[in-house]
Ligand binder design. Structure first.
Ligand SMILES: Cc1cc2nc3c(=O)[nH]c(=O)nc-3n(C[C@H](O)[C@H](O)[C@H](O)COP(=O)(O)OP(=O)(O)OC[C@H]3O[C@@H](n4cnc5c(N)ncnc54)[C@H](O)[C@@H]3O)c2cc1C
Length: 462
């Protein structure tokens, strides 16, 4: 790899609609920053792209000069795939447009849009695309890795609702991929992580959701954690697919409106919503509040838009994060013991241990139809270490890694979720299971030189 010369920089700068950012620019530190404060890379150039022409120019420049490429959608990739040392960042954040076709329940959005951008356009029409549970996450990375949100069990993953995607390939072609065109690429984009080209826009199917939904957000005492998870297991076994609830182990924040006597205490929280009639939903979710006398119960009806933004404040830019997951076939007593024991060892109490209840529409899709794997799993267990003091970094990362290993030893567990994959250190087989070899074939076809090689990519054949 060579450093980009002044003329390389000048040429690309001229070709872009906006301004190329290099280390000499005042804007550089802001431009190189991604959401996860643990990631501190120094790209040679950051190319803000306003459209396909900019993306093609950036890709051509990287190809010509042998620069490593990072593609950045919303910049919320936990593993930091949206930036790269000494290379070129294709920054799609200016492409945050959204165009809704309410009659046909379709929405198309630029690859720099966030879920907040999409919800804002769809919700006035009572529609939603299944996205994530934090509104400033990018639609791009989240969809390309799968995409789990508040309506997942009723309407599936984000990638299951993808109708087509426009992609700039490594050699600069612009192709539309869908079930009918470039179907192999379309297969790979749905759960394969995205390292096969630059997606410039996503077209999704929308569903009727909201504007008001019944929600559960109830905090139970952590000394009853085992009972709470076992209770949830039984509840979930009977729950309709309109119910998507995520129980998690956490520590009560030191702030109002949490009762002061509970600040810092461990808790098990039931969080989620009912993706259908709110009256029905209140009845369906009520048992989660009644299981025990809670520390505090914020459950009730709220607008779907507010629900989608509710956790934003807990995930500020620049905090340190390390998240890693594994799928569980079953939440048996042994798995519950392991979750509680590992949670109790957590050294950084801004963290959570999340149990995403899966199934429903996610499991309806044939495993061979998309690159996303482990569709039969009942749960995804995600260890989220979140901390502010860099001196806690080693302990936080070690806790997550040890916890994942403990879970793997103690329960029927498999794989990991590409969107919660540590720093991307696991092998392809763990990340992509049966899909790894087919992903290799698609990468070999669309990116034989591995221009987009990165943590989420299956390398092409040599
Ligand atoms: C606060 C927070 C909340 C989250 N909540 C959820 C959740 O509810 N459900 C869930 O499933 N996941 C969730 N995630 C995980 C999330 O799905 C991933 O972090 C995802 O990668 C974020 O996408 P992004 O576009 O913002 O990130 P980026 O860092 O921009 O991209 C992530 C990866 O995708 C690739 N990529 C991005 N855009 C493109 C493109 N246009 N073409 C090709 N490749 C591209 C990048 O190269 C990178 O490897 C959450 C993450 C955060 C930080």
């Amino acid at each position: 790899m060579q450093e980009p010369s002044d003329s390389t920089v000048a040429t690309l700068d001229e070709e872009l609609a906006g301004d190329l950012v290099t280390p000499d620019d005042e804007a550089y530190d802001e431009a190189r920053r991604v959401w996860n404060g643990s990631i501190n890379r120094r790209p040679a150039m950051v190319a803000p792209c306003t459209g396909v022409a900019d993306v093609r120019a950036a890709v051509a420049s990287a190809r010509e000069h042998g620069l490593p490429v990072a593609v950045r959608g919303g910049g919320h990739g936990v593993a930091g795939g949206g930036t790269v040392d000494d290379g070129l960042v294709v920054d799609l954040s200016p492409m945050d447009w959204v165009r809704l076709d309410p009659e046909n329940r379709r929405v198309r959005a630029g690859a720099g849009a966030t879920w907040g951008d999409v919800d804002r356009e769809t919700q006035p029409f009572g529609l939603a695309v299944p996205g994530g549970v934090v509104s400033d996450t990018g639609i791009a990375g989240l969809t390309l890795g799968g995409g789990m949100g508040h309506v997942r069990r009723k309407y599936g993953l984000s990638c299951d609702n993808l109708v087509s995607a426009d992609v700039v390939t490594a050699d600069g072609d612009l192709v539309t991929s869908s079930a009918d065109e470039h179907a192999d690429l379309f297969w790979a984009l749905r759960g394969g992580g995205g390292g096969v080209g630059v997606v410039t826009s996503f077209e999704y199917e929308c569903h009727p959701v909201g504007p008001e939904v019944a929600t559960t957000f109830v905090w139970h005492r952590g000394d009853r954690a085992r009972e709470a998870f076992a209770f949830f297991r039984d509840y979930a076994a009977e729950a309709s697919r309109a119910v998507s609830v995520l129980p998690f182990y956490a520590w009560v924040p030191d702030e109002e409106p949490f009762p002061e006597a509970s600040w810092g205490d461990p808790a098990v929280v039931f969080f989620g919503c009912y993706a259908d009639d709110p009256d029905e939903g209140e009845d369906a979710l009520a048992p989660l509040g009644e299981f025990a006398d809670p520390i505090v119960d914020f459950s009730g009806r709220m607008s779907y838009l507010d629900l989608q933004k509710m956790l934003d404040v807990d995930y500020p830019h620049g905090r340190y994060y390390y998240w890693k997951s594994l799928y569980l076939d079953d939440l048996d007593d042994d798995a519950i013991d392991a979750i509680v024991e590992t949670s109790e060892k957590c050294p950084v109490p801004l963290s959570t241990v999340d149990l995403w209840h899966l199934g429903g529409a996610i499991a309806d899709v044939d495993e061979r139809n998309t690159a996303y794997t482990n569709r039969d799993a009942s749960y995804l267990c995600n260890f989220e270490a979140n901390w502010d003091d860099p001196r806690e970094t080693d302990a936080a990362i070690e806790w997550v890694r040890d916890s994942v290993e403990t879970m793997r030893d103690r329960s029927a567990a498999a794989g990991l979720y590409v969107n919660f994959a540590g720093f991307g250190e696991d092998d392809e087989r763990t990340a992509y299971g049966e899909s790894a070899e087919r992903l290799r074939a698609v990468t070999t076809e669309y990116d034989p030189e591995n221009l987009f090689g990165g943590a989420r990519t299956v390398a092409p054949e040599e």
